[in-house]
Design a protein around this ligand. Sequence first.
Ligand SMILES: C[S@@+](CC[C@H](N)C(=O)[O-])C[C@H]1O[C@@H](n2cnc3c(N)ncnc32)[C@H](O)[C@@H]1O
Length: 291
Amino acid sequence: MKRMVKRLLVGTKRWLTEEPPQPEKPIPFDNSYEWIGQAFRQILADPVGGRYRSYAWGVLQGASLAKVLGHRSISVVEFGVAGGSGLVSLERIAELGEQKTAVGIDVYGFDTGKGLPKPKDHRDVPYMWEEGDFSMDEAALRSRLKQAQLKLGLIEQTVPEFLRTDFAPVAFISIDVDLYSAAKQALTLLDADQTKLLPRVFCYFDDIMGYGYNDFTGEWLAIHEFNAEHTMHKLSPIYGLKWFVPQEFSNDRWIEMLQLAHLFDHPSYGMIDHAHHHPVLDVDGRWRWQD
Ligand SMILES: C[S@@+](CC[C@H](N)C(=O)[O-])C[C@H]1O[C@@H](n2cnc3c(N)ncnc32)[C@H](O)[C@@H]1O
């Protein structure tokens, strides 16, 4: 009995003297994997923003890159919207990303508005996709969106139209259109005037992992053709990214579905891209390097 009382007293003392768990110390903004990792965890705690981890990572990388390069706003784009759960999540991620970086983030979603077009040939993986798959309830989706802009119609038409408009530099693109033909057209966004692109654009490809995906059809073929057709613009995997995301996510599949578009001839390609050494806007409106 005495021993029980003693144990109870020791336990109570420990409970009274133990420090309560401390909130995580904020990491100062630095376009580093540490900062991105912390911001990523915070976005993942949001019920809507947390649904698309790949989007959260891509948007944070894009927005933080934009910030150190001195941009005040960026565009993030989803190709393939369907019912809109990805776009709604992207919009929320953009909202949270804006709060964290003070970079404005415009959101665009491209879709036919009526599901998949008919696969044209074997390159569109016809044994997997059928015309009309993934339809959209446009009115219902619009009622859930706050700022995201829907670009409805075939990407073959809507992307060239979009390229003729003004938009903030594209920092993140999600390609989730299933078909080779649509992915190939979506990638023409990377041929935009370079004032409308960051020098490195984070790209997520949804349909490149698992059964049937190969180098000769679908989104992989579009990636390979993009690289073959461009000498100074290349899509590349981000090697070893699993070692740089917070450890608890290192086995996630989306990590291998992110690529980086390098635009080697972009005027800002060689600009130092970490915050220790970034340009600030002077009173006369010119960029100057900060020590
Ligand atoms: C798998 S769904 C997208 C799902 C969505 N990203 C999500 O996570 O909620 C694929 C979409 O790509 C769209 N799509 C495919 N080819 C297209 C094309 N050529 N032009 C426009 N949209 C296209 C289809 O309309 C379809 O809704």
